[in-house]
Design a protein. Sequence first.
Length: 318
Amino acid sequence: MRDGLLIGVDIGGTKIAAGIVTRDGEITSQIRMPMIAHTGPSPALAAVISAIDSLCSEVTDSSSIKGIGLCAPGPLDPKAGIVINPPNLPCWRNFPLNAEVAKKYNVPVTLDNDGNAAALAEARWGAGRGYGNVFYATIGTGIGTGIIFDGKIYHGRTGAAAEGGHISIDYRGPRCGCGKTGCIEVFAAGPAIAKRARAKLAVGKNSTILDLASGNVDAVTSEMVGKAYLAEDAVAREVLLETIDLLSVWIGNTIDLLEPDVIVIGGGASTMLVPLFDEIRDRLPGYCVNSRCQEIPLVKARYGADAGIVGGAALCSD
């Protein structure tokens, strides 16, 4: 195992990203292909198998592949290897994905939540390396999290732990897609950042954001907010400061609950938020009981769009 290669497979609602990964967390080859998520379990499984087969065909000695790690959105049962009922993978309901993939390949196969997998990759090989207890958050279209205790994923009783994006910071707040109200995801994920910017532009505020959207307020995205912030746009700064204030409340709660050794932030929105990490750190004493909260490093994740691939590999790296 120590000298072998690993295959990591990141299964999403629209695409599969898979790669061959070394024991040092380096991707040597990768592919991306469409996921067939709406036509039943068999075509979806066939898409996953096709991605794995494509990678295996690139390896001269098939015995060098020592494990296959699969990560997918939850809910799922990592211990049983079953995908339960993720909203964006309607093809699978209580589907034994681990067992079905293992039928074809004579190597260990492991399945876990994509947030958990990415957290483990960062703890093993990324920005969390060297820390025993890691809290990982990916901020993009949604907010996903993973918790690593003593180098291992914390799953909870049934495998459903670490849904940190659905911790409510305002029970009277707007309803999240999960059904709860006031989740941090509905306040601080990419769509929420864009929505906050659109609301400010709709009342007539001048901003570079509108230029990036060709004058169409409805076309504003969080990426545009990030670009405008780098251009020192006042509205973009206002939007992002409001966002990091909300994130500071959430991170403060997380510190009081877990007190991790490090907090790692990844995902598509992390790039625009990195320049504001010091602002978050400055706010933490106001949102924490823990008087040493500012000692906890807040760092950007090493793995960006490849977090799922390397995360899958990390799952089978033991």
